[in-house]
Write a protein that binds this ligand. Structure first.
Ligand code: NAP
Ligand code: G4F
Length: 323
């Protein structure tokens, strides 16, 4: 698995270990250890290996050594706003990183099933609701790179008969979501404001609408895609969309706060091109995979607020916050 230290990777690792898998995760070298999301996993079946999606040699060596039965490609520079500042690096991890990994598998002749983390961002400006046949109209370097990776996967499936399935996942969140993403930025700020650690929250476009689900539900769909008789592509979404403003309503409301007293607009968080409205139609996944989301929008945001409150309490009492 690439991206094991990320939000989705941590939930997927738990799911696979629970099913009796031996899990091998690729981790990047960094000057500090960055494994907060998987530190709690205590299993002899979890193995971590240094590697990087920008380093083809490391991918070849790992595929040769591990000979995996299933590969989940979750690693990415996954922040859309940052992709405008670092387009080349984003393309190198997201687009060419996928190519490097597929080529390693193909060149070594390893027979495995491959899951590609495609994204609803690929739909960009396409009118909602978006489904598997909706044309891609990407609006950021990140989305362009995901379109490249997605179409490359489809090409390798057709050209070489590889078992490659792409999950076109709409936004999914959790208490493990990275702090720079809007839901977590809001739930964390609300908790910190409630307990006196912060006073203000700076945000960009409050009108953008997303189809937000719970990451724990979404990793089940990833696994399920690789258990089918044939590879295919699936949209994974809740079928409901909400605005950033509504996230503020639920998060601050859960703490009896008025967000209007704390939120300020900061143009730094606006994007050169925005995706206004993502709203997925996951009918195919429901029919073919039997997949449906369990956690509702307000349950999700409230769950995140409660977890962030727990972290604030830990900070205030001198314990280490979980995330
Ligand atoms: P995330 O929390 O940002 O995690 C990204 C993971 O990729 C981290 O483990 C990160 O490692 C790793 N990574 C970054 N650059 C890398 C590189 N050069 N080489 C190897 N690994 C690298 O993302 P996520 O939310 O779990 O999303 C997982 C995947 O699904 C991503 O591909 C994302 O683009 C895609 N996706 C996400 C959503 C969503 O709403 N969450 C929706 C659709 C698609 P570090 O921990 O070392 O940074
Ligand atoms: O939380 P976001 O940064 O998520 P975004 O851009 O939708 O991307 C996420 O979901 C994609 C799936 O559709 C993934 F592929 C991708 O990897 C990532 O996980 O922003 C959501 C919305 C945007 O419209 C943004 O403009 O919130 C708006 N927003 C308003 N203020 C903000 C902010 N976003 C961020 N990150 N920070 C703000 O201050």
């Amino acid at each position: 698995m690439t991206g094991i230290t990320g939000q989705d990777g941590s939930y997927l690792a738990e799911l696979l270990l629970g099913k009796g898998y031996e899990v091998h995760g690729l981790v990047r070298r960094s000057s500090t250890i960055n494994r907060g999301r998987i530190d709690h996993i205590d299993s002899p079946d979890l193995h971590l290996h240094y590697g990087d999606l920008t380093d083809g040699v490391s991918l070849v060596n790992l595929i040769r050594e591990i000979e995996p039965h299933e590969v989940y490609n979750l690693g990415a520079q996954s922040h859309v706003r940052v992709s405008f500042d670092m387009p080349e690096y984003t393309a190198s991890t997201v687009a060419i990183g996928t190519l490097r990994l597929l080529e390693a598998i193909r060149e070594l002749g390893v027979k495995c099933r491959f899951y590609q983390a495609s994204s609803s961002e690929m739909f960009g400006a396409a009118a909602p609701p978006q489904h598997e046949r909706t044309p891609f109209m990407p609006r950021s370097p990140y989305a362009c790179a995901k379109v490249f990776a997605h179409q490359l996967c489809q090409n390798y499936r057709d050209a070489y008969g590889m078992f490659i399935s792409c999950g076109i996942l709409f936004n999914h969140e959790s208490p493990r979501r990275g702090i720079p993403f809007v839901t977590r930025k809001i739930t964390r700020a609300a908790a910190r404001i409630k307990h006196g650690l912060d006073r203000r929250l700076f945000l960009g476009n409050l009108e953008a609408r997303r189809d937000w689900g719970f990451a724990g539900d979404y990793v089940e769909a990833m696994w399920s895609m690789l258990q089918q008789d044939a590879p295919d592509d699936y949209v994974i979404a809740t079928g409901e969309s909400h605005s950033v403003r509504e996230v503020l309503d639920v998060a601050f409301g859960a703490l009896d706060l008025r967000w209007e007293s704390h939120v300020e607009l900061d143009p730094r968080y606006l994007r050169p091109t925005e995706v206004d409205h993502l709203h997925g139609d996951a009918t195919k996944a429901r029919k073919k995979l039997g997949w449906k989301p369990r956690v509702t929008f307000s349950q999700l945001i409230t769950m995140m607020v409660r977890a962030d409150e727990e972290d604030v309490r830990a900070t205030l009492t001198g314990r280490a916050p979980k995330m």
